[in-house]
Design a protein around this ligand. Structure first.
Ligand code: GTP
Ligand code: SPV
Ligand code: MN
Length: 586
């Protein structure tokens, strides 16, 4: 009897008609073969084998360099189940449209069967996915990003308990591109893009969109957050998740080299992008990282901003859309040292300064997680790590202070639900436009976001000790347009204050939006920053926040009567607190 997986592979083969089907075992030998094939056809370029052994450069199609939210759909039977923030298409219609692009799409191509586990091999919370793809680049990346091959087949056996994901490059015409999710069937179809989150179906498509749907039903959470451990001088580690939108600092924070090392504060990495959280028997939320590698933003990465990852990417790393120097080394804007002459840019053309960026702003590295020197010894823990804090944050030149703490879980859910951020190069579309991005999940929530807010409220009640909730903004700018806060390794100072709040020690001042550090409560030892700058960073302007309050009301209107009453209450209470301060200031 064929297994459910074999049946599906057969069915897809009939539709896409590949010349051969290769079942991936995840071995080093297989990886070598894939790499050699890609070097042969020119889709991989060898990097300097002395300084970057086993590292390759891939240049994607210039029309395919970031996630495409406009053609990403949640295909539930009822439109209302996808909600007002998702693109929706009826399942039948979506399949009919996409089938045209899939039919015969793998003619003369190889179809790879990629079984993979999301989460540690021995974790009860891990899940199996299988991706069928005609892209060797996807195979190479999935081998780094997930536990791929034999281990996944062993876990799956002949069961049907896996999330199928069908992917084809199609004809790469952007008009023929569709990223489809069928949450009711736990099925993913993606065609017409070979890039990152559009094509590595274990990442955003499964680990967030489909998983968030499953989590809602099964009583857990799938979130766009890093997971880090903050070690204190006594050796105790406190674990935190941080949800920032794409290209807003998760990887950098998760791997940070702490500016307070000599005081004994260190950061350990569990994850840099996604967390699956489950309530433990002790009333604490536990987090695992479903991924096994980092697909990180290259520009801005250097030995000051992220020394750990700079060490990590010197071997076994795939680079996508970076530039390459004369010496065969990868290069991107914001790397250490000067700008090399004689570079080939991300499009494969000779670079001159007049051409602008040599690397694409959303160029990336794919690197095994265990290669970062900061990796936590609990990275593979089957039960995950206990979470004491959830941090929301975004990129806001104005409005949001460096840090504030929510009053309680319900207020914290309101803070997450109303966060906003300026758009980045991680998705196609206009840059630097402020948009509401609840819990950094706007592009990744696989169901109605109003129900998702309710799920957050419910989860807080399901655990006796819910995490404390904070909001940060590393990106506030002064009138000169420059960042006010130095960021990166200095961010540990903010984490330290959070730790002190969790332990009941840190001093705070109440504001209408939440608690900010009291004067002197942030450890600024050794940092050259003026009191005036700190005041600007922590300032909560009631007039500006009154506008924010109005904008939040408009945003909430989108959800109609499905929005939880608790969030209306929090909105109202915020309005009252702002009013009181405004009156007092008159
Ligand atoms: P995704 O992988 O898209 O989800 O992004 P991410 O949230 O992991 O963002 P990442 O850490 O890769 O940072 C994105 C960009 O923000 C990079 O160019 C960083 O250099 C920059 N960045 C990160 N942290 C800071 C910070 O503390 N301050 C400033 N000014 N920039 C930062
Ligand atoms: C993001 O955009 O949030 C990423 C990169 O982490 S991608 O895999 O393309 O989604
Ligand atoms: Mn991300």
């Amino acid at each position: 009897m064929p297994t459910p997986l074999e049946n599906w592979v057969e069915e897809v083969s009939r539709l896409t008609t590949p010349k051969e089907v290769v079942w991936c075992d995840g071995s080093a030998r297989e990886y070598q073969k894939i790499v050699e094939g890609m070097l042969g056809e020119g889709s991989f370029v060898n990097l300097n084998s002395q300084t970057y052994p086993n590292c390759y450069l891939h240049r994607s199609n210039p029309n395919d360099v970031a996630r495409t939210e406009g053609v990403t759909f949640i295909c539930t039977r009822q439109k209302s189940d996808a909600g007002p923030t998702n693109n929706w298409m009826a399942p039948e219609e979506a399949k009919k449209k996409a089938e045209v692009f899939f039919r015969g799409a793998m003619k003369n191509r190889t179809m790879y069967v990629i079984p993979y586990i999301l989460g540690p091999e021995k974790s009860p919370y891990s899940k199996v996915g299988v991706e069928l793809t005609d892209s060797a680049y996807v195979v190479a990346n999935m081998r780094i990003m997930s536990r791929m091959g034999k281990a996944a087949m062993d876990r799956l056996g002949s069961s049907d308990d896996f999330v199928p994901g069908l992917h084809s490059l199609g004809d790469m015409d952007p008009q023929h591109r569709m990223i489809l999710h069928f949450p009711e069937e736990k099925l993913i179809w993606s065609v017409g893009s070979g890039y990152g989150g559009n094509a590595l179906l274990g990442k955003k498509c499964f680990a967030l969109r489909i998983a968030s749907w499953m989590a809602h039903r099964e009583g857990w959470m799938a979130e766009h957050t890093l997971i880090l451990g903050l070690e204190d001088p006594s050796g105790k580690t406190t674990y935190m998740c941080a949800a920032f939108p794409s290209a807003c600092g998760k990887t950098n924070l998760a791997m940070m080299v702490s500016a307070l090392e000599n005081e004994g504060y260190r950061v350990k990495t569990i994850g840099d992008d996604i967390a699956w959280l489950h309530p433990g028997k002790d009333g604490i939320l536990y987090a695992i990282n479903p991924e096994n590698g980092f697909f990180g933003v290259a520009p801005g990465t250097n030995s000051k901003t992220n020394p750990n990852v700079m060490t990590a990417v010197h071997r076994n790393t795939v680079f996508t859309n970076v530039a390459i120097t004369n010496d065969g080394e990868p290069w991107w804007e914001g790397m250490d040292g000067g700008v090399p002459t004689n570079m080939i840019d991300w499009k494969g053309e000779k670079w001159t300064p007049s051409k602008g960026n040599a690397a694409h702003p959303n160029s990336r590295y794919t690197v095994p997680a265990t290669q970062t020197p900061s990796i936590s010894k609990h990275f593979e823990d089957p039960e995950g790590v206990p979470i004491s804090a959830i941090i929301f944050g975004g990129r806001r030149a104005k409005v949001a202070p460096l840090v504030f703490e929510a009053r309680d879980w319900q207020h914290g859910v309101f803070v997450g639900a109303t966060m906003a951020s300026e758009t980045t190069a991680a998705a196609t579309g206009a840059l630097g436009v402020t948009r509401r991005d609840p819990m950094a999940m706007l592009p990744f929530c696989g169901y109605n976001m109003a129900d998702y807010f309710q799920h957050w409220l419910d989860m807080g009640k399901r655990v006796a000790k819910p995490p404390r909730i904070f909001h940060v903004n590393w990106f506030r700018k002064g009138d000169d347009g420059k960042f006010l806060w130095p960021g990166y390794g200095e961010n540990v100072r903010v984490l330290k204050w959070m730790l002190e709040r969790i332990e009941g020690r840190g001093a705070a001042t109440e504001t209408p939006i939440g608690n900010v550090p009291a004067a002197g409560a942030l450890d600024l030892k050794g940092l050259n920053i003026s009191d005036e700058t700190m005041q600007k960073l922590l300032n909560v302007d009631p007039a500006v926040w009154a506008d924010e309050h109005d904008a939040i009301g408009k945003f909430f209107d989108k959800f109609g009567s499905r929005l939880p009453e608790e969030l209306h209450q929090e909105h109202e209470k915020l309005g009252q607190r702002l009013q009181r301060v405004a009156v007092a200031q008159k």
